[in-house]
Design a protein around this ligand. Structure first.
Ligand code: NAD
Length: 429
């Protein structure tokens, strides 16, 4: 099948490469011409395990191409996925100007039936507006369908998530649209849920908000653990053994970040309010998440006494492991606050340094964890990259001014660290 994917970012590029791998003919479009130039030279602009190989192979076999020319891509394709960003506005609402502008461009270029699929995360009722925009902007008397197919991939394991999804959600208004999307994904053999467009849109916002709620819930429980002397890791284990609850997303820490959970939570609160429902539960989820970063700073202060003039080794900058994505990463607020309190920062991240360099001023970026620790007053763990779990802690200890680790992700066993002579501060235990 011939597919155009508008927006060649984390979602668009991964989906494009995966659809090509399934045998479809895919053209990825982006209005960032430097990105398209790089992609045409097979330089992959993001770090996602396995992506480079997938893009190169499918490009070589002629199933995957890149262009900045949206009209050409629309003319050449039956199905057009919209995968542009839907960033948050100041008031928390999703900014849908990119979606509208793409819908307009698609409408102008359509010369026969097209299926336009929302893949970006959008508030409920966006499909209605996309349809309206195409209707009033189309140049020719052609029929079209709009569908919603929210994306659930997680950065760091995006290809696996695309190829082996828990479910594929399709929101449609016609049998024809349903059949096309079913055929597109047919080779995966994954469970499919077909709904109306609004329900599909809402499934995405509700799912992400629910996951955010799980994290904040555990972070609140972690606070009670600290006050009572219980151990959040054992509590999570015990809760997670209950099949109704499940173990995933029960990890306490410094809270969630990234381009999805914070903005989707805000957007869901906002659209609910617009529709007349005050989603107080989700407001509290957000508040707890913000407070965890403050709590972490407090732990650093309590451990170092004064922050001013202290050197802090920060391990992990990306919002989570296995990605270079720095958008809404907790490291940003944490480092900026420590710097404003007068700390010197030595930081290391296995993949995100290039992107972090654009964000931070006055940070010394190091080539590994040991270089970051050298001469520092403490190490703080901000992102739980696997390689940090394997560090030679004896070596690390020798490099530090004092053996102090403040761990925002609970990656070490406290007994082991104490046995090695560290002062070890973690979350909820
Ligand atoms: P991204 O910023 O990585 O990619 C968006 C791309 O769209 C960029 O390359 C940008 O240049 C391009 N673009 C913007 N406006 C355009 C236009 N008018 N015409 C052509 N291209 C345009 O964003 P992303 O992380 O891929 O997210 C895209 C959408 O998918 C968002 O709605 C997001 O919430 C959702 N989503 C993201 C993830 C994730 O893990 N990143 C997961 C599921 C859903």
């Amino acid at each position: 099948m011939k597919i155009a994917i508008i927006g060649a970012g984390y979602v668009g590029l991964v989906s494009g490469a995966c659809f090509a791998e399934l045998g479809h003919q895919v053209i990825c479009v982006d209005n960032d011409s430097s990105k398209i130039k790089a992609l045409n030279k097979l330089h992959i602009p993001i770090y996602e395990p396995g992506l480079e190989e997938l893009v190169k192979r499918n490009h070589r076999h002629g199933r995957l191409s890149f262009t900045a020319d949206i009209a050409r891509a629309v003319k050449d394709s039956l199905v057009i996925f919209i995968a542009v960003g839907t960033p948050p506005k100041e008031n928390g609402e999703a900014d849908l100007t990119g979606i509208e502008s793409v819908a307009r461009s698609i409408a102008r270029a359509m010369d026969s039936y097209r299926l336009i699929v929302e893949k970006s995360t959008v508030p409920v009722e966006t499909g209605k507006w996309v349809k309206h925009t195409i209707e009033i902007n189309k140049k020719k008397k052609v029929t079209f369908d709009v569908a919603s197919n929210p994306e659930f991939l997680r950065e760091g394991q995006a290809i696996k998530n695309f190829m082996q999804p828990d479910r594929i959600v399709i929101g449609v208004e016609s049998k024809k649209a349903e059949e096309i999307v079913r055929e597109l994904y047919g080779a995966l053999g994954a469970p499919m849920l077909v709904t109306d467009i609004k329900s599909a849109e809402l499934i995405k916002h509700a799912s992400n908000s629910f996951l955010a709620m799980k994290i904040s819930f555990m972070n609140a429980v972690a606070s009670v653990c600290e006050l009572s002397g219980a151990d959040i890791e054992r509590v999570a284990e015990g809760m997670g053994m209950d099949k109704r609850i499940g173990r995933s997303f029960l990890n306490a820490g410094i809270g969630f970040g990234g381009f999805c959970l914070p903005k989707d939570l805000d957007a869901f609160i906002s659209i609910s309010e617009k529709l007349g429902y005050n989603f107080n539960l989700l407001k509290e989820v957000k508040k707890i998440n913000e407070s965890k970063k403050q709590d972490f700073i407090k732990k650093i202060e309590n451990s170092l006494w004064n922050i001013k003039e202290k050197t802090i080794a920060v391990l992990g900058l990306a919002f989570k492991p296995d990605t270079d994505d720095m958008r809404f990463a907790p490291s940003i607020d944490i480092i900026e606050k420590l710097q404003s309190d007068g700390a010197k920062i030595r930081a290391f991240d296995p993949q995100a340094t290039q992107k972090a360099k654009v964000i931070f001023r006055g940070v010394k970026f190091c080539s590994d964890a040991y270089e970051a620790a050298k001469g520092s007053d403490c190490v703080i763990i901000v992102t739980e990259w696997s390689e940090f779990k394997e560090l030679n802690l004896k070596k690390l200890k020798k490099l530090l001014k004092q053996p102090l680790i403040i761990d925002g992700r609970n990656i070490y066993d406290p007994h082991k660290l104490e046995g090695l002579g560290f002062k070890y501060v973690s979350i909820g235990r």
